[in-house]
Design a protein around this ligand. Structure first.
Ligand SMILES: Cc1cc2nc3c(=O)[nH]c(=O)nc-3n(C[C@H](O)[C@H](O)[C@H](O)COP(=O)(O)OP(=O)(O)OC[C@H]3O[C@@H](n4cnc5c(N)ncnc54)[C@H](O)[C@@H]3O)c2cc1C
Length: 593
C-alpha cells in the first residue's frame, strides 16, 4: 500500500445540496484548475506542473488509485464495475436492446476511466483524425500531426525477439518513454492465437502488422495499457505518488464533487471560479488566475456546463437554471459503440473459463501474480482483434446512402475473439470451455443525449440516452458483424477445436430473427464521445461547444479536454485518442495558445 501524499486533501462524500449552508470562497488561488483527474485531466495537470512557476489544482470526485489491487491486476478489472470506483450511471431503457436500461460505466477515481477500463490501447484510424482536421478546419488534428503526441505518451514494451512475434508490431509508430503509459502485446503463446490468425486468412481477413499504425482494418495483435504485469493508467503514469510528492506546485483534492463553474458576472463571462462541496457540505469556491480546464468526461462535462448556465436554453429553463449562454450542442451528439457477444463451445482445455468459475484456479493465478506479477492475471482474455467493413456492394449502400465512416480505411465494426465465455446477457455454464466473439458497431451514425436529472438537476446523475441501434445503418452493421463472426468460427482452423455455437445459427436466416437475437444480447458501450463537441473556430454559436484550441466558444478562461470534445465516434477504443488530445491541449496551454 502506497501512502497518500499529505497534499491529498480527502473530502467526505456528497451531502445533499439542500443541506448546504453558505458559500465559502477559498483564500488560495491557482494558475490552473483541472476539473476531473481522469484520463485526460491527470495528463494535463501533470504536464502543466512540469513548469514549476505555475500552480495547479486538480479536483477529483473519486478516491486515490494508489494501492488498490482491483485497479492494478489487469484480469480483475470487471470487479470495479458498480464499485466505489464507478459513478454507477444507468442509461434510460433502450428500445433496440429489448427496452433494457444499460449500466454506463465511468471511472470514479484518480485516473478516471483509465483506472477501471479494459486496457485495450487503440488510437483511432488515421482517417478519423483526418476527418476531425477537415471538420474543424485545423490541420493540427491530422494523423501525422497527432502521432508525435501519441508517441510522447507511450512506453511501448517490445514483445520477445522470437520468430513468432517478429511481425506483430511496427516500432516506427510507437513511443518508448518508459515512464509514460505502458503498451504491451499479450505474448503468452496461448493456443487461441494460432486458429484466431489462421481463420482470418481462411475467410479473407487481411493481416495488419500493427493495429496502431493508422490502418487497422484486418486482424492484428491487441495492445494493452499494461506495464510489468500491472495496469498502466493516466494516474499511475502521470499523477503517481512520486510525481505528487515531488511537485509542490501540484495539488489534488480527492472525493470532491464539482457542482458548477461561475462567471465573474453576467456581463463578464470569464469562467475561472469553480464551485464544489467540502466535507461539511458547504459550498466552496476556488478560483484560477489563468484558466479552468474541464476534464470530467463525456457524461459529467456537459452536466457541469449545464449547471453553470451553459447549455440549451429550453432545457436549462425547464430545470430552473438561469441561462448564461445558450449552447444547444451541450449534451447532444452523444455517439457510442454498443456491442454483443456470441459464444462457441470448444474442446480446448486451456481457456480462461475456470479462472472465472473456480476460486481454486483463480487463487493459483493470483498467487503467481502476487509472487512476481506474471501469469494469466497480467492480461485479459484477448490476443487479437479484427476491424472490419461492410462490403462496398452491400444493399445498404444502394439508393445514395452515404457511408458515415471516416473513409475507405476506417472500420465499420470491431470483433475480438476471447478464450472464454464473455456474454454478459447469459450466465456462464458451470462446466465446459468456450470461445467468444465480442462484436461492436463502430462507425455509428446514431446520436444520443445527456441531460440533467429533472428531479435533482444540481447533484443528480446524468440522464443518458445513447439511442443504441436506433438507425438502420447501425443495425445493418451489427448484423453484418454477427454474420462475419459466424463465418469466421466456421473456418477450417477452428475444426480441430470443434467450435460449436451455443446459439441457434438459424437466426442468420432472416434479418428479423437476427435483430431479435441482437436486441436480447446487445449491451451498451463504454466509448461515448461528442457531448461538448469541437467544431470549426468560426462555426455558428451553439452548433459546437469548443473551438479547435479546446476553448469554450462565447466565454473565456475555460477549456474542455476529454472525450466529450470528439465531434464523431472514434472507430477504435477511446482511451488512446483521449491521451493524444490531452498531450495536445497541454502543449497548447503551455505555449500560450
Ligand atoms: C469499464 C470501461 C472499460 C473501457 N475499456 C476501454 C478499453 O479497453 N480501451 C479504451 O481505449 N477505452 C476503454 N474505455 C473507455 C475509455 O476508458 C474512456 O473513453 C476514457 O478513459 C475517458 O477519458 P476522459 O478523460 O474523457 O474521462 P474519465 O477518464 O472518465 O475522467 C473523468 C474524471 O472526472 C471525474 N469527475 C467526473 N465528474 C466530476 C465532478 N462533478 N467532480 C469532480 N470530478 C468529476 C471522474 O471521477 C473522472 O476521474 C473503457 C471505459 C470503461 C468505463
Amino acid at each position: 500500500m502506497v501512502s497518500l501524499s499529505l497534499r491529498f486533501c480527502s473530502l467526505l462524500a456528497l451531502v445533499p445540496l439542500a443541506a448546504v449552508g453558505s458559500v465559502i470562497p477559498r483564500a488560495d488561488t491557482y494558475d490552473y484548475i483541472v476539473v476531473g483527474g481522469g484520463s485526460a485531466g491527470s495528463i494535463i495537470a501533470s504536464r502543466l506542473s512540469e513548469n514549476s512557476s505555475v500552480s495547479i489544482l486538480v479536483i477529483e470526485g473519486g478516491p486515490s488509485h494508489e494501492g488498490e489491487v482491483d485497479l492494478t491486476i489487469p484480469y480483475v478489472y470487471p470487479r470495479t464495475f458498480r464499485s466505489r470506483f464507478d459513478w454507477n450511471y444507468t442509461t434510460v431503457p433502450q428500445p433496440n436492446l429489448g427496452n433494457r436500461p444499460g449500466i454506463y460505466l465511468r471511472g470514479h477515481v484518480l485516473g478516471g476511466s483509465s483506472s477501471i477500463n479494459g486496457m485495450t490501447l487503440n488510437r483511432a484510424p488515421a482517417s478519423d483524425w483526418d476527418k476531425i482536421a477537415s471538420y474543424t478546419g485545423d490541420s493540427s488534428f491530422r494523423w501525422e500531426a497527432i502521432l508525435p503526441y501519441i508517441k510522447k505518451n507511450e512506453g511501448f514494451n517490445r514483445p520477445p525477439n522470437t520468430p513468432e512475434y517478429a511481425n506483430t508490431y511496427d516500432p516506427a509508430v510507437h513511443g518508448f518513454n518508459a515512464d509514460k503509459i505502458g503498451n504491451t502485446l499479450v505474448t503468452d503463446g496461448n493456443w487461441i492465437s494460432q486458429p484466431a490468425l489462421q481463420a482470418a486468412t481462411e475467410v479473407g481477413i487481411n493481416y495488419v502488422r500493427d493495429v496502431n499504425g493508422g490502418l487497422p482494418v484486418g486482424i492484428s495483435w491487441q495492445q494493452f495499457s499494461t506495464k510489468d504485469g500491472s495496469r498502466s493508467s493516466a494516474a499511475t503514469a502521470y499523477l503517481n505518488a512520486g510525481i505528487l510528492s515531488s511537485r509542490s506546485n501540484l495539488k489534488v483534492l480527492l472525493n470532491t464533487f464539482v457542482t458548477r463553474l461561475l462567471p465573474v458576472s453576467r456581463t463578464d463571462l470569464r469562467f475561472t471560479t469553480v464551485e464544489y462541496k467540502d466535507a461539511s457540505g458547504n459550498i466552496v469556491t476556488v478560483s484560477a488566475r489563468r484558466e479552468v480546464i474541464i476534464s470530467a468526461g463525456v457524461m459529467s462535462t456537459p452536466i457541469i456546463l449545464m449547471r453553470s448556465g451553459l447549455g440549451p436554453r429550453a432545457h436549462l429553463q425547464a430545470n430552473n437554471i438561469t441561462t448564461i449562454l445558450d449552447i444547444p450542442a451541450v449534451g447532444q451528439n452523444l455517439q457510442d459503440r454498443c456491442g454483443a457477444a456470441a459464444v462457441w463451445r470448444v474442446n480446448a482445455t486451456d481457456t480462461d473459463d475456470d479462472i472465472d468459475r473456480d476460486p481454486a484456479v483463480f487463487n493459483r493465478w493470483l498467487n503467481q501474480w502476487n509472487q512476481d506479477h506474471t501469469g494469466r492475471l497480467t492480461q485479459m482474455s484477448y490476443r487479437q482483434m479484427i476491424f472490419g467493413r461492410v462490403p462496398n456492394n452491400a444493399s445498404i449502400f444502394t439508393g445514395g446512402f452515404q457511408d458515415p465512416s471516416s473513409g475507405p480505411t476506417c472500420p465499420h465494426y470491431e470483433l475480438y475473439p476471447a478464450n472464454k465465455w464473455t456474454s454478459p446477457t447469459t450466465p456462464q455454464p458451470a462446466t465446459g470451455n468456450f470461445v467468444s466473439m465480442n462484436i461492436f458497431v463502430s462507425a455509428s451514425n446514431v446520436r444520443g443525449t445527456v441531460t440533467l436529472d429533472p428531479t435533482n438537476p444540481l447533484t443528480g446523475n446524468p440522464v443518458i440516452d445513447p439511442k443504441y441501434l436506433s438507425s438502420e445503418w447501425d443495425r445493418y452493421v451489427m448484423r453484418d458483424a454477427v454474420r462475419t463472426s459466424v463465418r469466421y468460427f466456421n473456418a477450417p482452423a477452428w475444426k480441430k477445436w470443434n467450435a460449436t455455437p451455443v446459439f441457434d445459427t438459424a437466426i442468420l436466416n432472416s434479418d428479423a430473427a437476427l435483430d431479435a437475437w441482437i436486441s436480447s444480447s446487445a449491451f451498451g458501450g463504454v466509448h461515448g464521445v461528442g457531448t461538448a463537441r469541437m467544431g470549426p473556430a468560426n462555426s455558428p454559436a451553439g452548433q459546437d461547444v469548443v473551438a479547435p484550441n479546446f476553448k469554450v466558444k462565447g466565454v473565456s478562461g475555460l477549456r474542455i479536454a476529454d472525450t466529450s470534445v470528439f465531434p464523431f465516434v472514434i472507430n477504435g477504443h477511446t482511451m488512446g485518442a483521449t491521451y493524444a488530445i490531452a498531450e495536445k491541449v497541454s502543449d497548447l496551454i503551455k505555449s500560450g495558445n
